[in-house]
Design a protein around this ligand. Structure first.
Ligand SMILES: C[S@@+](CC[C@H](N)C(=O)[O-])C[C@H]1O[C@@H](n2cnc3c(N)ncnc32)[C@H](O)[C@@H]1O
Length: 203
């Protein structure tokens, strides 16, 4: 999907994933496994309404949150103001495949339900580049048994679980834990979710 396609989705109405502000369990798990108790520099990719960036900021971390759609960034900024953490988060438009950040600046990267829409080899390469050695990467993405299948609602490119792991390895990530589960999504569409907790190899 192009950036314009995402923009149109946010222009039409608040998309279904951006209504609820409840932080995800994965963001809570990330907090338990961060290198420092507080003050970690975390990059969230594909923030949607900002729910997890806001949670991570409330837990004492410094967040940079990007999304390909200006509509999502506007929503996330508005929500961070309402929650009183706007000074702890920098929200900006950005693309996972081409990150506008310097090398090795982040302690952790976090992304939930986004990377299946991207060219994964490019996104992984960029995430590895901006992470410090030993930095944490917490990933949730949709996968299916066959790559290249099309979803019913959005046109996305699914990757096989094995392929994701291969790309992770090629980019110097050590997988600490991974699991898959079936998820009954919006409008009854059933998809497979892959969660991977990784860190970038130390030098
Ligand atoms: C299904 S939503 C998930 C939002 C949020 N992570 C959450 O769980 O609430 C996917 C989000 O990824 C964003 N997105 C899609 N492609 C992207 C890309 N290449 N780089 C950054 N964000 C992207 C979309 O605009 C959308 O906000």
């Amino acid at each position: 999907m192009s950036p314009q396609d995402w923009e149109k989705i946010y222009e039409r109405e608040i998309p279904h994933w951006a209504i609820d502000m409840t932080p995800s369990l994965l963001a809570k798990r990330l907090c338990e496994h961060l290198p420092n108790k507080s003050g970690n520099k975390i990059l969230e990719i594909g923030v949607g309404n900002g729910r997890d960036s806001i949670y991570l900021a409330k837990m004492g971390n410094k967040i940079t949150g990007i999304d390909i759609a200006q509509g999502a960034i506007d929503l996330a900024k508005e929500n961070s103001k309402k929650e009183g953490v706007e000074d702890k988060i920098q929200f900006q438009v950005g693309n996972a495949e081409n990150l506008e950040f310097s090398d090795e600046g982040f302690d952790a990267v976090y992304s939930i339900s986004v990377l299946q829409y991207t060219i994964l080899v490019d996104s992984f390469k960029e995430i590895a580049r901006v992470l410090k050695p030993g930095g944490k990467f917490m990933l949730h993405m949709y996968v299916m048994l066959k790559s290249g299948e099309k979803g019913k609602e959005l046109t996305y490119w699914f990757y096989k679980e094995e392929k994701v792991k291969e790309i992770a390895k090629e980019n110097q990530f050590i997988v600490e834990r991974s699991h898959t589960s079936w998820d009954k999504k919006h409008k009854g569409e059933v998809t497979k979710v892959l969660v991977m907790e990784m860190h970038k190899k130390e030098k």
